[in-house]
Design a protein around this ligand. Structure first.
Ligand code: GDP
Ligand code: ZN
Length: 356
């Protein structure tokens, strides 16, 4: 196995050189449990801890390694290594740390794509998809929508729902699969790129475990053996949270990921898009941004108190995140300015008391 097979690329190589980690061995964190880590390198897998130095300088949760991180380590013997640096992250999926208000807990680092899973039968909810999309955008992760359980609805209904999603959510791949019949698996496997890292987002019961099991084939079942011909690898029994799939893609599936978006999906934010899009049908302009336009039905509804203020602000934030993700750096700056002005306008209105 080469380090590229674990997802290493020029981005991280550049960071390694910038951080003067010339001689260190580089590995990827494949599991984490209470500040103990399993790190995979081309030589095998190692149980690892962080150096005292790293621990002392760690001010926040995100200063600790997470699954998916690239770390510099010193290997001491066949079964033990010390992590002394974390390479800068390309992307971070995090959530509010339990019991620690304001602190973020990193669920996974350096994820390229997130499969947003949703079962097509019951529980199908486009707002929730969009909510997960915003998590992706703010995490710098590319979303791919995966509709599961296609075996449970008739093909024409499936087609209808897919059309509906494609109409509302543009420029994002939509794949439909059945974990039962494996229908759609070919298309899904085709879009998985070698050396890219994937994760799964979605409510409980949508088929994440089934998909992970199916994609990884035997690798999930296989008990870990000495993983390398050099014999440096060690028999570790803990559950792997980062897997290299048969087709070369890398899948992160860890328990924390299951909690991502759960809070958001239940706090009412999921309703936001639905309400706004309902009102927006009556906006005067087809391309209304619902921020300052004359004849904007959304702003009208806001004034009448038919749309909740914080829901609206949340909507603007989501739109902003989406726009940010989709535009180049240069465009970003311009948009930020315009958006800032829009927000100012909006708040000015607020002060004048035109809204309840
Ligand atoms: P998770 O909670 O997202 O990991 O979902 P699971 O993979 O555990 O699936 C939940 C339940 O749905 C299980 O009983 C699965 O057998 C079932 N399931 C998952 N995917 C499909 C599918 O594509 N079709 C059907 N009919 N059942 C599925
Ligand atoms: Zn409008």
């Amino acid at each position: 196995m080469k380090i590229e097979d674990l997802g290493y690329n020029e981005f991280f190589e550049k960071r390694r050189i910038e951080n003067k980690l010339g001689d260190a061995e580089i590995g990827r964190v494949v599991a984490e449990h209470k500040e103990r880590y399993i790190v995979k390198t081309p030589d095998g897998e190692f149980e690892a801890e962080i150096t005292g130095n790293l621990r002392f300088s760690a001010a926040r949760r995100e200063d600790y390694p997470a699954v998916g991180d690239w770390v510099a380590l010193n290997v001491y013997d066949a079964d033990f290594a010390i992590i002394h640096a974390i390479l800068p992250r390309l992307s971070v999926i995090s959530r509010q740390a339990v019991g620690k208000f304001g602190e973020q807990q990193i669920i996974a680092a350096n994820v390229d794509y997130a499969f947003i899973l949703q079962a097509i039968d019951r529980d199908f909810n486009i707002n929730r998809i969009e909510r997960y999309m915003t998590i992706c955008y703010s995490s710098k992760v590319n979303p791919i929508i995966v509709l599961t359980k296609t075996d449970l609805i008739p093909p024409d209904q499936l087609q209808e729902k897919v059309e509906y999603i494609r109409q509302r959510i543009k420029n994002i791949p939509v794949v439909t699969i059945s974990n039962e019949t494996k229908e759609g698996y070919e298309s899904l496997i085709n879009i998985i790129e070698k050396g890219k890292t994937y994760c799964m987002l979605g409510s409980s019961g949508v088929g994440k475990s089934s998909l992970a099991n199916n994609l990884s084939g035997k690798s999930l079942m296989k008990t870990d053996t000495i993983s390398d011909s050099t014999g440096k690898g060690r028999h570790v029994t803990s559950h792997r949270e980062l897997l290299v799939l048969d087709n070369g893609g890398i899948l992160i599936d860890n328990p924390g990921m299951r909690e991502v978006g759960v809070v958001d999906a239940t706090d009412g934010a999921a309703q936001v898009f639905d309400e706004i899009s309902k009102f927006s049908m009556n906006c005067k302009f087809h391309d209304c941004t619902h921020t300052s336009e004359i004849g904007c039905a959304v702003l009208e509804a806001l004034e009448k108190g038919e749309i909740n203020n914080s829901a609206y602000e949340n909507y603007l934030k989501i739109v902003k995140e989406k726009a940010f993700f989709e535009t180049s750096v240069l465009e970003k700056k311009k948009k930020d300015k315009i958006f800032g002005r829009m927000l100012k306008e909006y708040h000015k209105k607020d002060i004048k008391g035109t809204r309840s």
